[in-house]
Design a protein around this ligand. Structure first.
Ligand code: ADP
Length: 264
């Protein structure tokens, strides 16, 4: 099977005034169609940078990022914007919904930005997504009238409206209570089981355990990769003890994470 995402020796250097930050230092990774990959690592290890580069939100400094047939560095800004709209769905920690649009309008917006799309087909698709995500009755409300969990469902519907090749989720449960977070994870898993490829950045072991593979990042490098599925296995991984002993911040959501249980 050909990889859907091919990343080779990826580097990202940020320049802020006189300060240079090597955020990614040679990442190589393949993601296959239908995969569910979680990325963990301490704050500042480069997780969000990696997600942004794969999604074409930013330019890399060296290396290759290929999504399907699209080689990202070869694209100009307009082509990049078109690529993002057609192929990438983004879900963020803080939802980023537009407050003065209704739920339905938020969901439909990325589809309406694609030239030549049939408005009735878009309406049908948004209706199906809202229904499937259990928020059809919220369609005419505004985001500020919804709970955090409901807002994240709206963001998921918006991310999926254009049937993206790749769904990128950056701490999607980070701003939710544990019950809403679990529901959002269930939704991501359901879509993954139906074939949606997912790349998830998370601090949350419970979230990472839902993935098929968990990558550990440190100082801009992938330092390990383990199978997902088992919370205990992931949280007892030597990466955590080495990171803790180095004094780095690792938010394991310790108060809510029963390390002895496995995720079903
Ligand atoms: P993580 O998501 O793992 O917390 P990030 O990818 O956000 O890590 O950041 C990796 C490194 O790059 C950090 O040292 C961070 O300060 C730096 N960085 C991230 N974004 C920028 C930026 N826009 N400008 C300068 N430095 C940045």
């Amino acid at each position: 099977m050909n990889p859907l995402v091919e990343i080779v020796d990826l580097e990202k250097v940020y320049h802020t005034g006189d300060v240079t930050c090597r955020a990614l230092r040679g990442i190589s990774l393949e993601i296959f169609p239908g995969d569910f990959v979680a990325v963990m690592g301490p704050s500042g290890s480069g997780k969000s940078t990696l997600l942004h580069l794969v999604g074409g939100l930013d330019h890399h400094s060296a290396g290759l990022v290929k999504v399907g047939e699209h080689t990202l560095h070869a694209m100009g800004e307009t082509a990049r914007a078109r690529f993002r709209r057609a192929h990438i769905g983004f879900i963020f920690q803080f939802f980023h919904l537009i407050d003065n649009l209704t739920v339905r309008a938020n969901v439909e917006l990325p589809a309406l930005l694609v030239a030549g799309r049939d408005r009735r087909a878009i309406r049908r698709r948004s209706g199906e997504l809202l229904e499937g995500l259990g928020i059809a009755d919220q369609a005419e409300k505004h985001p500020w009238e919804l709970s955090g969990g409901q807002q994240q469902r709206v963001a998921i519907a918006r991310a999926l409206i254009n049937r993206p090749t790749l769904l990128l989720a950056d701490e999607p449960t980070g701003n939710l209570d544990s019950a809403s977070g679990r529901e959002v994870l269930n939704i991501l898993c359901e879509f993954n089981q139906r074939g949606q490829t997912v790349l998830l950045v998370t601090h949350d072991v419970l979230a990472a355990a839902r993935a098929r593979r968990v990558l550990f990042l440190r100082d801009g490098r992938i330092v390990d990769c383990v199978p997902g599925g088992d919370v205990k296995h992931i949280s007892s991984h030597r990466w955590f003890s080495s990171t803790r002993s180095a004094g780095l911040e690792v938010d394991l959501l310790a108060s809510s994470c029963p390390y002895t249980s496995t995720v079903g």
